[in-house]
Ligand binder design. Structure first.
Ligand code: GLP
Length: 264
C-alpha cells in the first residue's frame, strides 16, 4: 500500500489526474473504474483540461462506474449518471458505448441485472485502474459498514449516516434515495490497481482505520489492505489521525528511487 500525502484538495486532484493520464498513455484502451462525490470534481476537471490541451485521448478508454442511486432516472440532476456527464463525459472524447453506469431505474430482478454488470466488466477484460473516494463511515462505492469483503455488485440499503450526508445534495422536501446499486468489495478488489482519494478532517477517522486499523467489515475500505497495488492520496486534514506519516514519506521516496513503475 502506498500512501501519498499532499497539502490540499487541489494537489490531490492534480496528482490523481496525472496518474490516470499516465495509465491511459501506457494503455490507450484502459478499463477505468470511476467514482462520484465532491472529491472527484477536481480530478475530472484536470482530466478534461488535459484532454482539451490535446494530451489525453479517451477514444478507446472503457469506463465502469462504481454505483448509482436506486430510483433516480438518468436525467435526475442528482443521479450519478448526471454527475458523470456534467463533470467528465460531456467534455471528453469517450465513446458512449464504452460508458457503463449501473442503471438506477431497474425494478425487480436486481440479482440478474447486477450479474450482467459484473459480466460486462469481465467481458471488457477486468478493471485496470479503479478510482475510489471514501465515506465518513469508511464505505467505498456504497459498500456500507458490515458489507461482506467478498461482496459483488448488488442492491444495497444505505446507512442513515450516508443518507444524512447525501441529503444536502437534494432539494428541501425531496427525499434522498434509501438504496443503491453498487459494485461489491470483492468486485473492487479484482481491479488491477486501486487509487483512493480522501480530503478533509471529516474523513480522517475512516482513513486511519482503513490504512492502520484491522481488516474488518465494519470499515469497508480496510479490505483494501488485502489488495497488492493500492495507492491512497490524501490531504493533510484527512491524514491527521495517521500515526506513521513519516514512514509513508520515506516509503514514497524509496519507491521513486528504486521501483518508480509502482508510481504508475
Ligand atoms: C458517495 C459515493 C462514494 C464516495 C462518497 C464520498 O457515497 N457512493 O463512492 O466515495 O460519496 O463522497 P465525497 O467525495 O463527496 O465525500
Amino acid at each position: 500500500m502506498l500512501v501519498i500525502l499532499k497539502r490540499d484538495d487541489e494537489a490531490i486532484s492534480l496528482q490523481a489526474a496525472q496518474l490516470i493520464a499516465g495509465a491511459v498513455h501506457k494503455k490507450p484502451a484502459l478499463v477505468l473504474g470511476l467514482a462520484t462525490g465532491s472529491t472527484m470534481v477536481g480530478v475530472y476537471k484536470h482530466l478534461v483540461g488535459l484532454h482539451q490541451q490535446g494530451s489525453l485521448d479517451f477514444s478507446r478508454v472503457v469506463t465502469f462506474n462504481l454505483d448509482e442511486y436506486l430510483g433516480l432516472p438518468a436525467t435526475h440532476r442528482r443521479s450519478f449518471r448526471h454527475f458523470m456527464y456534467e463533470n467528465l463525459f460531456a467534455h471528453i472524447n469517450v465513446n458512449s458505448h464504452n460508458i457503463h453506469i449501473p442503471d438506477g431505474t431497474i425494478r425487480g430482478n436486481y440479482d440478474e441485472y447486477c450479474a450482467s454488470y459484473e459480466n460486462s466488466i469481465r467481458k471488457a477484460g477486468g478493471i485496470d485502474l479503479q478510482l475510489l473516494g471514501i465515506g465518513r463511515n469508511g464505505h467505498i462505492g456504497f459498500n456500507e459498514p458490515t458489507s461482506s469483503i467478498g461482496s459483488r455488485t448488488r442492491l444495497k440499503v444505505l446507512s442513515q449516516e450516508t443518507i444524512d450526508d447525501n441529503s444536502k445534495f437534494f432539494a428541501k422536501g425531496e427525499e434522498s434515495p434509501r438504496c443503491a446499486i453498487t459494485m461489491g468489495i470483492g468486485t473492487i478488489l479484482e481491479a488491477r490497481k486501486i487509487l483512493l482519494l480522501a480530503t478533509g478532517k471529516s474523513k480522517s477517522a475512516a482513513v486511519a482505520k482503513s490504512i492502520e486499523g484491522p481488516i474488518t467489515s465494519a470499515v469497508s475500505a480496510s479490505a483494501l489492505q488485502l489488495h497488492p497495488d493500492v495507492t491512497f492520496i490524501i490531504d493533510d486534514a484527512a491524514a491527521s489521525q495517521l500515526t506513521q506519516r513519516d514512514y509513508y514519506h520515506r516509503v514514497l521516496e524509496m519507491t521513486a528511487l528504486l521501483t518508480p513503475d509502482r508510481l504508475f
